[in-house]
Structure formats: C-alpha cells, structure tokens
Design a protein around this ligand. Structure first.
Ligand code: HEC
Ligand code: HEC
Ligand code: HEC
Length: 475
C-alpha cells in the first residue's frame, strides 16, 4: 500500500516535472531534440501558414490577405538556395522569437513572433533541430511580398516591436498548478490562440486588456472564448472544449470553419490530451468578458426548428430556387435543405449540423454565416472529412450565389433559426467576398506621410526664406 502510494507520488511528481520542464527548462541543450521539435511545430501550426494550397510542406508561398495587403509566407525548409538552410540557431531564434530575418530585415507580424516570443530557449533549439534535420528541403522560392508604401519600409516594424513585443520566454506562475502553467504557456505562446481571438487595436496590436474576447479576421470572426456564460464559452464543460479542439465539432453548439478548421486539422487534433486539458484549465481561469450586444442567452441557445415550407406556403410556385428574385426561404430550400434538412435540423449522426443551437446562426454578427456560405467548410481529422461546398463561385463550388442572394438567404436563416435581430446587407457580403476591410492604418499612414511631406516642405520653405532674409540683411 505504502509502496503503491509512493510509486503514485513519484509518478505524479515526475509528470509535473516533465510538464514544468517543458515550460521552464533548467538549461537549453543547443543540439536540440528533433522529436520534441516536431511536436512543437505541430502545436505552433507552422505548416498552416508556411504551405501553399497543394504545395509542399513548409515551402511557403501562401498568400495571406491582411488589411494592409497581401503578405506571402516564406520557404522554411532547410534548402540552402530557397529556404533557411543557411540559418544558424541564433538566426532562427531571431526570426521566430524576435521577428528579424537573417539579412536583418524585420518580418511583418503576420508571422506570429509576438506569441512565439514566449517559447523557451530549449523550444527554439528543438524546433531548429527538427527543421534542419527532419524537414525535406524544397529548392523553390515563393512570390515576394510587396506591400504598398509606406508599409514596404520593414524598418518601421522595429518601432512597433519596441511597443508591442514582449521578448521574454514564458515565466511560470508559482502560485498556480503545473497544468495551469502549461495551458498558459500553450495559449499565449505556441498555439497562439490570441493571434486570432484577441481584438486588435489601432496599430494592429493585440488588446491585452481583453484577451480572447473575440476579433474579426476580415472574413471569419474568431468568437469570444472567455468563460463568460452568455458572450463566451462559459456554458461549455472542459470535455466540450477538448472535444471541439480535437475534432472541430461539438454537437448542438459549434463547428470549426475558416482558420479554426485549419488549426484543428493541422495542430489541435494532433496534440496530446494532456495539453488540450491544460488549455481548457487555463481558458477557464481567464476574466470573463461580456458583450453588451448579447441578450440573456448565449449564441449556442438561439433558434429552433421551423420548416421554410410554412413561409413558402401560398407563395408563387418556385420554378427556379436561385433566380434573381427568389426569397431567402426559396434559396434555403434550393441550396441548403438537402444537407441540413427541411427544418434545418441537421442529420441524426451529426455529420450535417443543425442550423439552430449553432454558434454561427446564434452570433450577434453575420460574418461567419456569410463566410460559411461563400467559402464552405473543409476539414479533415483522422481521415474523416467535414465538407460543405462554398457558394461564392470559386472553382469547385457547385452553385454561385450573388451578394444580394446571400444577403437574403442569410437574413432568412438568422430570422428563422438564429438571432433575429442580425441584419445582413449585400454590401456586407461584398466586403467579406473581397477579404474584409482595408486597414484604416494604411490610409492614415499615407495621409500622415503626405502631411509629413507637406510639413517638411513648409519647414524647408520657412528655413530657406529666413536664410535669404538673413543673407539679405548681412548684405
Ligand atoms: C500565422 C501564420 C504563420 C505561422 C503560424 C508561422 N509563420 Fe513563419 N512566417 C509567416 C510569414 C507570413 C512570414 C513572412 C513574413 C514577412 O515576409 O515579413 C514568416 C516568416 C518566417 C521566417 C523567416 C524566413 C525568411 O527568411 O524569410 C521563419 C524562420 C519562420 N517564419 C518560421 C516559422 C516557424 C518555425 C513557425 C512555427 C513555430 C512559423 N514560422 C509559424 C507566417 C507564419
Ligand atoms: C487562425 C485563427 C485561429 C486560431 C489560431 C485559433 N482560433 Fe479558435 N476560432 C477561429 C475562428 C475563425 C472561429 C470560428 C469558426 C467557425 O465558426 O466556423 C473559431 C472558433 C473557436 C471556438 C468555438 C467558438 C464558437 O462560438 O463557435 C473555440 C472554443 C475556439 N475557437 C478556441 C480556440 C483556442 C483554444 C485556440 C488556441 C488553442 C484557438 N481557438 C485558436 C480562429 C482561430
Ligand atoms: C452538401 C451538403 C451541404 C450543403 C448543400 C450545405 N451545407 Fe452547410 N454544412 C455542411 C457540412 C458537412 C458542414 C460542416 C459540419 C462540420 O463542421 O462538422 C456544414 C456547416 C454549416 C454551418 C456551420 C459552419 C461553421 O463553420 O460553423 C452553417 C452555418 C451552414 N453549414 C449553413 C449552410 C447554408 C446556409 C447552406 C445553404 C447555402 C448550406 N449550409 C449548405 C453540409 C452542407
């Protein structure tokens, strides 16, 4: 008995030590451990951004549409000519934790180095060992990023970094459990949940006073995942959250589309259950943030099953479900009901989700419904694919709906199955179709530059005039 409890204590302690050492190594081994590096690369989802559609892993070339313009990810395979084969451990560290390239140029924060700055020295050595030893080199360079002036001046990022880059590896909080610390380290660092779920301020920096309380990604909206029971995910159990992260769906509540679908596919579904539990423990301890636009019930409790047949009864017979004047109900019957059911109840096995009690239709904004209809959903986890075709007219889409049809359809879905106060206009659809609004920063910096240039001219003129004036006086 004593022996068993001794054994148990030793096991628990050593597990705690392993968990802690993962976040707090005594001294980094510069040779690194490629296996541990591979796990970290998965948890950090390097592959999602550094791989183009149908491209080779880590060979870069993915176009990222940011409010400032298109930024291309780079080749991070160990190729000497096109990748980071010539990077030393120190160069690699500078790129991943400080956002500085080998040639000294600053990276744009589309590379989440602000989150990765929480990684430890050992993490960096392990990641480096994995990328140099285990990743296949690809000798092909991708397209070069060319942001419009003045954002093409990479040096300006140094000022941004001075303001917003933390620059210290994760410091464990001794008053909290090892599991909490592991969760905090994963969420703030490797898994970089805040990159998407934390609202950004005027200078595109994360609003750290309200972490994870929801943010627009231009197309999709990463919802509030603080423990608030109405605006956040306070009504979810720990198990709910780990199931969602592992599979990308939670029956009667939510599915993972857009960037979340990718993060689940490449990263969260491949993480250990211990790490997913730690993420859940940490998220639950955050400050709940409530949104005044929300009513008394959460986005997971809105709506109920209604058949559009009720709305269509007595209306003109629908010859073409998708003609220019088709009502939202007709568009729903023609395009959505075949999978989601005539009353949007979904399928029994849960493969097709119900559209009521669904975070997308219960949300206080239309972004995710519009994005789902435009881009569809495609996510593979453990060989099981969740696939819904898009209706935006990209190649492979079955049907193309225009902005006004999508607005009518969305308004019908919100009114009938979700939050009836949400209104979608064709302009909203057009904006999301083109990738979201441009950054006001770009406009301002241009105006700022123009104002600066005018000021400079005025100053020059004044200086010139006074000099001439002085010169004349001397003469
Ligand atoms: C959210 C997208 C994203 C993720 C995730 C991401 N990166 Fe990047 N990374 C980028 C982009 C975009 C660039 C290029 C930025 C630029 O040109 O300013 C970049 C640049 C880099 C560079 C500089 C390479 C060079 O010389 O141009 C390195 C090294 C790098 N990333 C490594 C990593 C590693 C390692 C991981 C995972 C731990 C990772 N990245 C995860 C988007 C990402
Ligand atoms: C690349 C951006 C991105 C990253 C990184 C990301 N998320 Fe998400 N997340 C989203 C988007 C977008 C949605 C909405 C998906 C949808 O409705 O189809 C979402 C949805 C969710 C939801 C469901 C909420 C709801 O109401 O439907 C949870 C929970 C969640 N994310 C947790 C996390 C956690 C925890 C992390 C880090 C471990 C994380 N996310 C990282 C973009 C991201
Ligand atoms: C061919 C079958 C099919 C059709 C047609 C279809 N869907 Fe879907 N839909 C799916 C599947 C599969 C999912 C993803 C389930 C998952 O993520 O596990 C889904 C997911 C969704 C979601 C949740 C998305 C998210 O990321 O949270 C919404 C909302 C939705 N569909 C609305 C619609 C609307 C509106 C239409 C009509 C324009 C439609 N669907 C047409 C199969 C379909």
């Amino acid at each position: 008995m004593i022996q068993r409890s001794f054994f148990y204590t030793v096991t628990v302690c050593s597990l705690a030590v392993i968990a802690l050492s993962a976040t707090h190594p005594a001294k980094a081994d510069p040779l690194g451990n490629p296996q541990r590096g591979q796990y970290l690369a998965v948890a950090s989802d390097c592959v999602a951004c550094h791989t183009a559609p149908h491209g080779q892993p880590f060979a870069g070339g993915l176009a990222m549409h940011t409010p400032l313009g298109v930024i291309y990810s780079t080749n991070i395979t160990p190729s000497l000519s096109a990748g980071i084969g010539h990077y030393s451990l120190e160069d690699f560290d500078k790129a991943v934790r400080r956002g500085v390239r080998k040639d000294g140029a600053n990276l744009y924060p589309a590379m989440p180095y602000t989150a990765y700055s929480y990684l430890t020295d050992q993490d960096i050595a392990d990641l480096y060992a994995y990328f140099q030893k285990e990743v296949a080199p690809v000798d092909k360079k991708g397209p070069v990023t060319a942001l419009p002036f003045p954002m093409n001046i990479r040096f300006s990022m140094s000022f941004w970094n001075m303001l917003f880059l933390n620059g210290k590896p994760y410091q464990a909080d001794a008053t909290k459990s090892a599991e909490w610390n592991r969760g905090a380290y994963l969420v703030q660092g490797a898994t970089h949940c805040g990159t998407c779920h934390t609202h950004r301020g005027f200078l595109m920096q994360e609003d750290l006073a309200h972490p994870l309380s929801g943010a627009s990604l231009g197309t999709w909206y990463a919802p509030n995942i603080t423990p608030d029971t109405v605006s956040g995910i306070g009504s979810w159990s720990d198990q709910d959250l780990t199931e969602y992260l592992r599979t990308g769906r939670l029956h009667g509540k939510a599915q993972a589309g857009g960037g979340m679908g990718e993060a689940v596919e490449h990263s969260f579904s491949r993480m250990s259950s211990g790490d997913l539990n730690a993420i859940s423990v940490y998220l639950r301890s955050l400050k709940p943030v409530s949104d005044p636009n929300d009513h008394t019930s959460s986005r997971f409790q809105q709506g109920h099953d209604v058949s559009p047949a009720v709305e269509l009864r007595g209306a003109t017979p629908i010859m073409d479900h998708n003609d220019d004047t088709a009502s939202g109900a007709a568009l729903f019957m023609g395009n959505c009901a075949s999978c989601h059911g005539a009353s949007a109840q979904g399928s029994k096995d849960g493969y097709y989700p119900s559209l009521w009690h669904n975070s997308v239709t219960g949300a206080s904004r239309g972004d995710n419904l519009i994005s789902t209809i435009l881009y569809g959903v495609s996510r593979s986890v453990e060989g099981r694919q969740a696939f819904m075709p898009g209706f935006g007219g990209k190649s492979g889409d079955a049907v193309q709906l225009d902005d006004s049809q999508i607005a009518r359809l969305s308004n019908f879905v919100f009114k009938t199955y979700g939050r009836s106060d949400v209104q979608v206009t064709p302009q909203d659809v057009a904006l999301i179709r083109k990738g979201g609004p441009a950054s006001p920063l770009l406009l301002l910096s241009r105006v700022g530059m123009a104002a600066g240039a005018i000021l400079l001219l005025v100053l020059c003129a004044v200086v010139f005039a006074t000099r001439r004036h002085k010169a004349r006086n001397i003469v």
